[in-house]
Design a protein around this ligand. Structure first.
Ligand SMILES: Cc1cc2nc3c(=O)[nH]c(=O)nc-3n(C[C@H](O)[C@H](O)[C@H](O)COP(=O)(O)OP(=O)(O)OC[C@H]3O[C@@H](n4cnc5c(N)ncnc54)[C@H](O)[C@@H]3O)c2cc1C
Length: 396
């Protein structure tokens, strides 16, 4: 016998975008459930560097772009949430670093890049006095070194904090056992399970990262198109204890730092550097071996005092998933494509997840979907709850 349960919002995809949105909607009084097909954060979120950008990366050429201004206030927003005073409570999330640095290397042009970038965002960037250099750099580089307002989060603890707060509202979904029933206006009528149970929502939101493409195709919902921008990140397990959070600025006039480094720990508690930036963009054209060789040479050249003789190296190929842009360019902001009661969303950056949730909420309110319109109901009991994904460096 068919049983239909009604609710306000169904979210599909439990990366940072979906989990943040679920918290935001529940905090605002909406009845919302999230469905995840794998482990939470699988794909981009768990593989991200956890940097909450203030936009300097986008101002490296000295120009204030839309991306720079959009992102400039985000560290302050996240800091409020970490203190339990924001729109989502992040008090369980670990801060890996309260500072992020920018190191223009030795060439005049890279210093200029960094300088122009810092002028464009001068309230958000400060020059670090030699005495205040982080231990890794103390007495080892001549400078200049800049401190950005960016912070670095431990992403597994971010995902756990967001999911623990809503544990009873997050479910695993097996698409062999369920399907989305399209309505006649290009939206969705309901989520239907093979056992006959149906869930009908007023609003459906896809926050599936790269999975949105298949979901739209499988259920014939061609409301927008997606692009993938590939990266090949490098992971280095080593024995250097001073953590490192730095953009090494290129001596070419590029918007992307030469190497962007964050520090993490593997499952055994050993230090791991995670390398992104230009090296990861160029890495897509290299084999694993070539990329690792290039990374080894780069680190040797940049940090000649580091002993990486016994380090372990690995690479990770991963796509950034975004709404399609002309020429495949990086989007400047979040994307929401909407058709009837369906929104397909990409945050573009982990940093922008709060903005994405605010804009989804605003659109729902504009269309008259107010909190509390559905009386709370129990979710179907046969559904399981997913775990958070493992980091790519856990086994390194
Ligand atoms: C290597 C790398 C480093 C990055 N570093 C940073 C950084 O330091 N700072 C920053 O701001 N941004 C960073 N980003 C960007 C950031 O990670 C992404 O913008 C963000 O994580 C995207 O989150 P999401 O929730 O949209 O997607 P995802 O994290 O990809 O999550 C999608 C979720 O949906 C699930 N899913 C997929 N298909 C379905 C389906 N059909 N049904 C149900 N569930 C489904 C997946 O299993 C997954 O859990 C980085 C990205 C990469 C690739």
């Amino acid at each position: 016998m068919t049983e239909t349960v009604k609710t306000d919002v169904l979210i599909f995809g439990g990366g940072v975008a979906g989990l943040w949105l679920l918290n935001r909607l529940r905090n605002a009084g909406y009845q919302a459930w999230l469905f995840e097909q794998d482990r939470l954060g699988t794909g981009q979120s768990i593989a991200s560097q956890g940097m909450i950008h203030g936009g300097i990366k986008y101002a490296l050429g000295g120009k204030l772009t839309t991306a720079t201004t959009t992102i400039a206030d985000m560290p302050a927003h996240w800091k409020k949430c970490l203190a339990g005073e924001g729109d989502v409570d992040l008090r369980g999330c670990n801060l890996l670093s309260k500072d992020y640095y920018m190191w223009p290397r030795n060439s005049i042009r890279s210093r200029l890049n960094a300088f122009l970038g810092s002028k464009a965002l001068e309230a958000k960037v400060s020059t670090v006095e030699k005495a205040d250099y982080p231990d890794f750099f103390k007495d080892r580089i001549s400078g200049p070194l800049y401190r950005l307002q960016d912070i670095v989060l431990d992403v597994p603890s971010l995902l756990s904090t967001l999911s623990n707060a809503q544990a009873e509202n997050i479910f695993s979904i097996d698409w062999q056992q369920a399907r989305l029933v399209p309505d006649t206006q290009g939206g969705i009528e309901c989520l239907e399970f093979n056992n006959g149970q149906r869930i009908q929502a007023q609003q459906y939101v896809f926050t599936c990262g790269a999975g949105a493409e298949a979901l739209m195709k499988d259920f014939d919902l061609p409301i927008t198109t997606m692009q993938r921008r590939p990266l090949r990140m490098v992971m280095v397990r080593h024995t250097i204890n001073e953590p490192l959070y730095v953009h090494c600025v290129s001596d070419r006039l590029s918007m992307t730092p030469e190497v962007t480094i964050t520090s993490h720990k593997n499952a055994a508690g050993e230090p791991v550097w995670y390398l992104g930036g230009e090296i990861a963009e160029q890495g897509i054209h290299q084999t694993d071996e070539e990329l690792i060789k290039a990374a080894q040479a780069k680190l040797r050249e940049m940090f000649p005092w580091c002993d990486l003789e016994n380090a372990s190296w690995a690479t990770l190929a991963i796509d950034r998933a975004e709404e399609k842009q002309a020429g495949g360019k990086r989007p400047d902001d979040i994307s929401i494509a909407q058709n009837n009661n369906l929104m397909v969303c990409w945050p573009t950056k982990l940093t922008l997840a709060p903005n994405l949730a605010n804009q989804v909420l605003a659109r729902m309110q504009d269309s008259g979907l107010t909190a509390g319109s559905e009386t709370p109901v129990q979710a179907p009991v046969f559904l399981q709850h997913p775990q958070v994904a493992a980091t790519p460096w856990e086994q390194l």
